[in-house]
Design a protein around this ligand. Structure first.
Ligand SMILES: [Zn+2]
Length: 340
């Protein structure tokens, strides 16, 4: 057989092989033990010496060429096989939607509170959850043996040297902030606090509070400022036309102190079970910062004054989302959490 013709047919056969098995057959046909080219190479010895040289050289060259293109074809078919294996899916099948997490209701509340106060120029400040007696009590005008300490059921810690506790309110952060920053200042302090008490629908051993503090020159910040700011906050938070009222009350770190009620967001003041038919809901404690607190951080109460307030974020969340048991926030029950 003519060698050049053989090369052309072999090349065609290699090219048309559609898979590795077909290609293997082509290899056998030309280069196998009984292959066409193999036979020619074997028969070279019968040729006259001159012809043997030229034919031999050509046959060997063709053998090399064919081996090379077979290898190339093999690589290509293997790649294709690999691709098919790795894209072997039904593009018409409906997709699986990934399970998305979402924010906890208390996180939603904390963010909303922060957003509203930031829009009124308040800075967000945080502090340690383990506090010293000084920051949690003494600096806030609650000295040792003062009966007011009984208002907070405290978790005391017992390290070797000093008396530490889990903070019972976020107010110690006010002290820490005023020690390092000069007024005028306006901050809010969102954070976790701890109380050593029995749990029930409205009590937990830990919960979240947000504290606010605004201090400026004497006469500049009054109860009227506080009322305007807190009114603005409730309107933004509940997204309803709420009314507020102030009632005199006692907190050791303020003078005068008051409690703030808002018109019930559930019945809009008409009277319902949430507000015990009164139309009002107790929500927040506040007052003008006590001169002793200012003195504790080295500010002269003759020149500075301001207000402070504290509100439970769990309480805000319960009112906003109509939740009747604080324990739901901490029980990790998906039936509850998935509603947010
Ligand atoms: Zn009501």
């Amino acid at each position: 057989m003519d060698l050049k013709k053989l090369k052309i047919t072999a090349q065609k056969d290699i090219k048309s092989a559609q898979n590795l098995a077909e290609l293997n057959n082509v290899f056998k046909k030309y280069l196998g033990k009984k292959g066409e080219l193999t036979r020619i190479l074997r028969s070279l010895k019968d040729l006259p010496i001159k012809k043997r040289k030229t034919q031999g050289k050509l046959a060997n060259q063709i053998k090399k060429d064919l081996e090379l293109i077979i290898q190339e074809r093999k690589d290509k078919l293997q790649d294709a096989k690999y691709k098919i294996q790795n894209t072997d899916f039904d593009i018409t099948a409906p997709g699986k939607s990934p399970v998305l997490g979402h924010l906890h209701p208390l996180t939603l509340v904390r963010r909303k509170v922060a957003e509203i106060f930031q829009s009124m120029g308040f800075t967000i400040v945080q502090g340690p959850e383990v506090e010293t007696e000084w920051y949690n009590f003494d600096a806030l005008n609650i000295p040792k043996e003062h009966p007011a300490r009984d208002l907070w059921d405290t978790f005391w810690l017992k390290p070797k040297n000093k008396k530490l506790l889990l903070r019972t309110h976020t107010s110690p952060v006010q002290i820490r902030y005023m020690e390092k920053n000069q007024p005028p200042l306006r901050i809010i302090v969102p954070g976790r606090i701890f109380r050593h008490e029995a749990t029930d629908a409205s009590h937990e051993i830990n919960f979240y509070q947000v504290e606010g503090l605004m201090i400026d020159k004497k006469g500049k910040i009054t109860v009227a400022n506080f009322k305007a700011i807190i009114d603005e906050f409730f309107k933004g938070f509940f997204e309803k036309q709420t009314k507020i009222r102030l009632r005199p009350s006692y907190f050791p770190f303020v003078e005068p102190g008051f409690e703030i009620d808002i018109s019930c967001v559930n019945c809009l003041g008409k009277g319902c079970s949430v507000c015990a038919q009164t139309g009002w809901v107790e929500i927040l404690g506040a007052g003008m910062v006590h001169p002793n607190v200012l003195k504790a951080v080295g500010l002269n109460p003759k020149f500075w004054q301001g207000f402070a307030f504290g509100v439970g974020m769990d309480r805000l969340a319960m009112l906003k989302y109509k939740i009747n048991d604080i324990r739901l926030f901490y029980s990790n029950d998906l039936r509850f959490l998935q509603q947010f």
